[in-house]
Design a protein around this ligand. Structure first.
Ligand SMILES: Cc1cc2nc3c(=O)[nH]c(=O)nc-3n(C[C@H](O)[C@H](O)[C@H](O)COP(=O)(O)OP(=O)(O)OC[C@H]3O[C@@H](n4cnc5c(N)ncnc54)[C@H](O)[C@@H]3O)c2cc1C
Length: 483
């Protein structure tokens, strides 16, 4: 099958009968729901851009496994150039949506599972790599979107999976059958899962021998019996139901997360990629997290580009654009944003092949990248709020602006420079509000903090990968110390 157009993608999701709940009710038509649709539009962008000749090299690649052109979001990285193109593609998608476009998590799961299954098979004589390659080529051939489900709900964070008061707080195998396994548990914060055709489940952390039933990885379609989703609500989300595209700030695009329940879900043998080999859980987590930490050096940078642009427009519109401190703040925002991009590119350029042949990023640099992402977007938002002025949170609604009595008053008093309409000024401020405090802030701020792991997870990796012993040797050599 050729690559899907955006429209074909939307219709393909419409055909999947998913069980989704939001605000205490079952969502019968998620594709056309005003709160959920913007998130679907963001994924759609990954299909639309792949159809455009000017973006073909970035958005697509030739799969060495099928010989066909595939969307890069389903590609297995073959070189450092592929790794760098991934980051550039993510920046582009961030620029076009100013939101989380959700498809990265599946791409990162693809590449982590690809190499981990290869090494697990070598150690244990299992058949997981072949299972995964069959699944991967099916996704490539049909141009599918795949969710990556790692994070368990985890209960008491100080306890291992098997030691939890409730055994279901980490997803686990509850029954082993000749034809497959039955699993139970939940995955939290699942980005874009309702906009996906398939979900790859992975363990959430390293595991010991007592956690055998928890060391499970597999893929199932989203209409699998027993799988259902409860949508996470985002700040200002019900504005999307009010019918004012102006008040939403970015009415076309958005992100979405869901608590996803696996209530005795059956997984057939040929969809299993890990099943009890506990020592490979850690490798899978480390590689997935590494790829995902690289991802943020692209996607958040693209969204940052839009926010920096919006802040500059806001300064133009209120006549502060020539002030030296405003110019300097825009330089600072750009510096921070490009630093993140540097990290994304650097960990890609320093990538190395794994035993399976696909390329893995430099893990130390990927963790440095994500550690910076836990900080810099917050500073970029702070500076954008500074430049925007208070009106970004106190502006009247569009309904007031359209009111025959109030509209002219708002138009008169909320104008900035005379040459720009008040409506345009309000529109750019609403976009800044959306990115700083509204629905997009989920993706730009809190996802920057916790997505791909909370800050401490990167610091642990940095301490492991930083090779302090080597640095001490360097210092001793320079100081002519002989011990
Ligand atoms: C917007 C968003 C999108 C996401 N998308 C996805 C997705 O698509 N797929 C996916 O699988 N996951 C996703 N995640 C989940 C993300 O990986 C987790 O949020 C992250 O790993 C942190 O886990 P948590 O939220 O349970 O926080 P917690 O584990 O509750 O962490 C809270 C704090 O407690 C600390 N802490 C936790 N455990 C310990 C411990 N044992 N010892 C010491 N300190 C500890 C942490 O360092 C942190 O400071 C997403 C998260 C967000 C916010």
């Amino acid at each position: 099958m050729a690559l899907m157009t955006g429209e074909q993608y939307i219709e393909s999701i419409r055909k999947i009968k998913m069980e989704i709940y939001m605000f205490g009710k079952k969502v019968e038509n998620p594709v056309d729901d005003p709160i959920l649709r913007p998130s679907l539009n963001s994924v759609r962008m990954t299909y639309d851009l792949a159809q455009m000749p000017e973006y073909q090299d970035l958005m697509t690649a030739i799969s060495p496994y099928t010989g066909k052109r595939v969307n890069r979001f389903t590609h297995i990285h073959q070189s450092t150039e592929d790794l760098m193109n991934k980051v550039k593609m993510q920046r582009l998608c961030g620029q076009k949506t100013a939101a989380c476009f959700q498809r990265c998590v599946g791409m990162d799961a693809f590449n982590a599972v690809f190499s981990t299954t290869y090494e697990c098979d070598k150690a244990h004589g299992t058949n997981y790599h072949e299972n995964f390659r069959k699944f991967m080529t099916y996704c490539q051939d049909n141009d599918l979107t795949v969710d990556g489900a790692m994070t368990d709900t985890k209960g008491d964070r100080s306890l291992a999976p098997h030691a939890q008061a409730d055994p279901d707080l980490f997803l686990h195998v509850v029954e082993r059958r000749p034809d497959g396994v039955v699993v139970r548990g939940a995955k939290a914060h699942q980005t874009g899962i309702l906009n996906s055709h398939e979900v790859i489940v992975m363990p959430t952390q390293s595991m010991g021998p007592d956690d055998k039933d928890y060391a499970i990885s597999f893929a199932v379609p989203l209409d699998t019996k027993g799988l259902y989703m409860i949508i996470g609500r985002q700040s200002c989300d019900t504005r999307k139901r009010e019918g004012s595209e102006m008040d939403v700030g970015n009415s076309e695009f958005g992100g979405v997360e869901a608590l996803t329940i696996f209530d005795n879900v059956f997984v057939p043998n040929d969809r299993i990629f890990l099943n009890g080999e506990t020592e490979f859980a850690g490798m899978l987590v480390e590689r997935f997290a590494g790829y995902h930490r690289q991802s943020y050096g692209g996607c958040k940078v693209g969204v940052g580009d839009v926010l920096i642009g919006a802040a500059a427009v806001a300064a133009d519109y209120n006549g502060a654009n020539k002030a030296s401190h405003v110019k300097d703040k825009l330089i600072e925002m750009t510096h921070l944003n490009e630093t993140l991009f540097c990290c994304g590119i650097a960990c890609s350029a320093m990538g190395q092949p794994t035993e399976s042949g696909n390329y893995l990023i430099d893990l130390l640099l990927a963790n440095v990248c994500k550690q910076n992402v836990t900080r810099f977007p917050y500073e970029i938002v702070r500076l954008a709020e500074d430049i925007a002025g208070g009106l970004m949170v106190t502006a009247p609604s569009e309904a007031d602006f359209r009111d025959p009595k109030l509209g002219p008053v708002i138009d008169k008093y909320l104008r900035g420079v005379a040459s720009v309409t008040t409506e345009n000024r309000l529109r750019i401020l609403r976009l800044i509000e959306n990115l700083s405090l509204g629905t997009a802030a989920v993706g730009y701020r809190t996802e920057s903090m916790h997505g791909a792991g909370s800050p401490q997870a990167q610091r642990i990796m940095i301490s492991r990968q930083g090779n302090l012993a080597h640095k001490k040797e360097l210092a001793k050599a320079i100081a002519h110390i002989k011990e």
